[in-house]
Design a protein around this ligand. Structure first.
Ligand SMILES: [Fe+2]
Length: 225
């Protein structure tokens, strides 16, 4: 599974080029079964940016996208779930309008639990990770009600992985006994010093590649240098 995040499309060819660079990174003999994009698809959440996204993704594999804090969820063109073998990937909307942090609302948790019914393995995809990474700029904008997420993971019972973005940093963690896998940013990389948060736009766009095997999950990170 190819996992991409934070292209921040703004209508410019430069942003589309960075998204295409990671979409085209894998050779023909190593193509993924699906693509998951974990938010901040658009930079300003306006219609032309989603038209640009649709144009880039038109000839691509089955994909699923979830909204981030820069997105307008209602404008984001995506199916709610994506089945890949026995994996059901479910997009979760944790966006709080006008805010950078995320929140899992009870009605959204209920909707997701219903979508997970009957799946042998479930993958939850959303924008803001639930854990702190030790960065003063991004930590306050995590998914703030992590307890609600832990409750949802327990309620579903088949969650194999949680996929996130938002922090523009490749990251792995464990939450509620489940791996949290965070794709690096496509548009930029977060500055290591959270007190000087200006994003590094010279950094090459990156992606995460997840292999779901019988023994577990193997994740590698790659950059379009
Ligand atoms: Fe972002």
């Amino acid at each position: 599974m190819l996992h991409l995040s934070d292209p921040h499309l703004d209508g410019s060819p430069e942003r589309a080029d960075r998204l295409n660079a990671v979409l085209d990174l894998l050779p023909p003999n190593r193509q993924p079964d699906a693509i998951v994009l974990t938010g901040d698809i658009a930079d300003n959440g306006v219609e032309p940016e989603y038209a640009q996204f649709s144009a880039v993704m038109a000839s691509r594999l089955p994909w699923l996208a979830v909204p981030g804090n820069h997105d307008t969820p209602a404008l984001l063109p995506s199916a709610p779930t994506l089945d890949v073998g026995d994996l059901r990937v479910i997009g979760v909307d944790v966006v709080v309008p006008g805010e950078n942090h995320g929140e899992l609302r009870p009605e959204e948790a209920g909707r997701v639990a219903e979508l997970a019914t009957g799946a042998r393995r479930t993958v939850l995809a959303f924008h803001q990770p639930p854990m702190r990474i030790g960065h003063t700029y991004v930590d306050p904008m995590r998914l703030l009600n992590a307890d609600a997420l832990a409750g949802l993971v327990n309620r579903i019972g088949t969650v194999t992985a949680i996929l996130c973005g938002h922090i523009h940093t490749a990251c792995t963690a464990t939450f509620a006994g489940v791996p949290v896998l965070v794709a690096p940013g496509i548009v930029s990389a977060a500055n290591l010093d959270g007190d000087h948060p200006a994003a590094n736009r010279d950094h090459p766009p990156g992606m995460a590649l997840h292999q779901f095997t019988d023994q577990g999950i193997v994740t590698t990170f790659h950059y379009a240098c």
